[in-house]
Design a protein around this ligand. Structure first.
Ligand code: GAP
Length: 423
C-alpha cells in the first residue's frame, strides 16, 4: 500500500488534500493522471451500462436535496453507526468495530455507545438555524427514486428499465482510512433497475442474478483477477434498512479483504415512501409501485482496486499493467534525440496528430530506456519513437508496455493501430 500511495503522489495520480495547510484528514485530490484514470473508469461504465443498452437512461441530480427526501427514505432515522467515546482520551470509535471493551488507544473506559447519523449537515441560506438544515446526499440513489416520475413522463420507457447516475456522496464516517478506500467525500456509480412487482421470489431473483453476472463482467473489464473477488451474502440482521437481500463484492486489497461494490434488492421500499400514489402506469394495467434491484459501485474504490491489481515490480522496473482503455495516456511519443530538430519536428507532428484523438504524453528527456520506464510506471501501453530511419521510411518504433517488444509501424497506420488496441 505504501508503495502505491507513494507512486500516486510522485507521479500525479492522487495527492493529500489541502497539503500546504497541513492536509485535512482523509481528504485526497486526484492529480493530472488520477483524473484521467478516474474519468476513464466512469466513461467506460457509462458506455457499458447506459450508452449501449436501450433499457437504461442517466440523470445527474443535485447534491443537496430537499431534507424531506431523507425523512421519507429513512436515512434521518436509520443511517447511523454506533459511536463510542473514550472517557479518558476522548477518541471516538465505531462500537461494532471494537474487539475489546476498552479504548484501543489508551485502554481507558468507554462511554455508552450512541447512534451517530452519518449524514453531513449544512444550512441553506444566510441563517444557520434548525429550519434551514439540509444534508449532502449520502448516496446518489435517492435521486433516481425522487426523479422517477419525471424520467418516466419525459421518456417512453417501459418496465423493466434502469436509471443510472454517477456523482459525489458524502458521509461523516467515524472511522476512515486506507488511502482512498474510506473517505467522507467519495463518488458512486449507481443503478436503480425497476421492474414490475414480482409475482414470486423467482421473478426478482432472476433480475438479481442478471446484475450479479454484470458485476462480474465489470470486474473482468477492470482487469481484476477473479480469485481476488469474493462475494459476501449480508446476514439478515446486518442488512440496510431498505434491503431484502444484499451481496457485498469484496476485493483483496493489500490491507485485507474489504467491500468494493454492492448489489441489493430494495423492493418497492423507496418508491412507496416517496409517492403517495403508484407512480407507474401502463395502458390497460393497474398502476403499480415498481420494485428495484440496485447494483452500486464506488468510483474511488474502483480506482484503488485497479491500481492495486495493476501494480507490478519486475526485475528492473515498476509497471502499472492497466487495461489499455483505462490508462491515463494511451501512448507516449519520443524523438530519439532531443538535439536533432528534424527528429523533434517529425515527432511533434505525430504527437499533435494523435492528441486530437486520445491522451498522449511527450517526453524528450534522458535516454530512451529511462523514458520507457517512466511511462511503464504510469501505465502507458505504447511508446512511439521517431528515429533517423523514420525520416526515410515514414515508420516509427512502437514498444509494448507489457511484452516490451518493439515493432515498426507506418505513421499513416499509427492511429488505427492504437485505436484497435484501445477499445
Ligand atoms: N445506494 C446504496 C449504497 O450507497 P453502500 O454500500 O453504502 O450502498 C455503495 O455504498 C458503495 O459506495 C460501496 O460499495 C463503496 O464502493 C462506496 N462507498 C461507500 N462508503 C464509502 C466511503 N466512505 N468512501 C469511499 N467509498 C465508499
Amino acid at each position: 500500500m505504501e508503495k502505491i500511495v507513494s507512486l500516486c503522489k510522485c507521479r500525479g495520480f492522487i495527492f493529500p488534500g489541502s497539503e500546504i495547510y497541513g492536509g485535512l484528514s482523509n481528504s485526497w485530490d486526484y492529480g493530472p493522471l488520477g483524473v484521467e484514470l478516474k474519468n476513464n473508469i466512469k466513461q467506460w461504465w457509462w458506455k457499458k451500462f447506459v450508452q449501449t443498452r436501450s433499457d437504461m437512461v442517466g440523470i445527474d441530480a443535485a447534491l443537496i436535496m430537499n431534507p424531506k427526501v431523507w425523512e421519507a427514505s429513512g436515512h434521518l432515522k436509520e443511517f447511523s453507526d454506533p459511536l463510542v467515546e473514550c472517557k479518558k482520551c476522548h477518541h471516538r470509535f465505531r462500537a461494532d468495530e471494537l474487539t475489546e471493551k476498552k479504548c484501543p488507544d489508551c485502554k481507558g473506559e468507554l462511554a455508552e455507545a450512541k447512534q451517530f447519523n452519518l449524514m453531513f449537515k449544512t444550512f441553506i441560506g444566510p441563517s444557520d438555524d434548525g429550519e434551514n438544515v439540509a444534508y449532502f446526499r449520502p448516496e446518489t440513489a435517492q435521486a433516481m427514486f425522487v426523479d422517477f416520475k419525471n424520467v418516466l413522463d419525459s421518456s417512453r420507457l417501459k418496465l423493466p428499465f434502469g436509471i443510472a447516475q454517477i456523482g459525489k456522496a458524502f458521509r461523516n464516517e467515524i472511522t476512515l482510512g486506507n488511502f482512498i478506500f474510506r473517505t467522507r467525500e467519495f463518488e458512486q456509480m449507481e443503478i436503480e433497475y425497476f421492474f414490475a412487482p414480482p409475482d414470486n421470489e423467482h421473478d426478482w431473483q432472476r433480475i438479481f442474478e442478471e446484475w450479479r453476472a454484470q458485476m462480474h463482467s465489470w470486474f473482468k473489464d477492470l482487469g481484476l483477477a477473479p480469485e481476488h473477488i469474493h462475494e459476501l451474502e449480508v446476514a439478515p440482521e446486518k442488512l440496510a434498512h431498505y434491503s431484502k437481500r444484499t451481496i457485498d463484492f469484496e476485493y483483496d486489497f493489500p490491507f485485507g479483504k474489504s467491500e468494493l461494490y454492492g448489489l441489493a434488492y430494495r423492493t418497492d421500499f423507496d418508491l412507496k415512501n416517496h409517492y403517495s400514489e403508484p407512480p407507474y402506469r401502463e395502458e390497460g394495467i393497474a398502476a403499480v409501485y415498481p420494485h428495484c434491484i440496485e447494483p452500486t459501485w464506488g468510483v474511488d474504490r474502483s480506482v484503488l482496486a485497479v491500481l492495486c491489481e495493476a501494480y507490478a515490480e519486475e526485475s528492473e522496473r515498476v509497471v502499472l499493467k492497466l487495461p489499455a482503455p483505462l490508462a491515463p495516456y494511451k501512448a507516449a511519443v519520443f524523438p530519439l534525440l532531443k538535439n536533432k530538430p528534424e527528429l523533434v519536428v517529425r515527432a511533434r507532428e505525430i504527437f499533435e496528430g494523435l492528441q486530437k484523438e486520445m491522451m498522449v504524453a511527450w517526453d524528450e528527456r534522458g535516454n530512451i530506456g529511462k523514458r520507457y520506464f517512466a511511462q511503464d510506471e504510469i501505465g502507458t501501453p505504447y511508446c512511439i519513437t521517431v528515429d533517423f530511419e523514420t525520416l526515410q521510411d515514414n515508420a516509427v518504433t512502437v514498444r509494448d508496455r507489457d511484452t516490451m517488444t518493439q515493432e515498426r509501424i507506418q505513421i499513416a497506420n499509427l492511429s488505427e493501430f492504437l485505436r484497435d488496441k484501445l477499445v
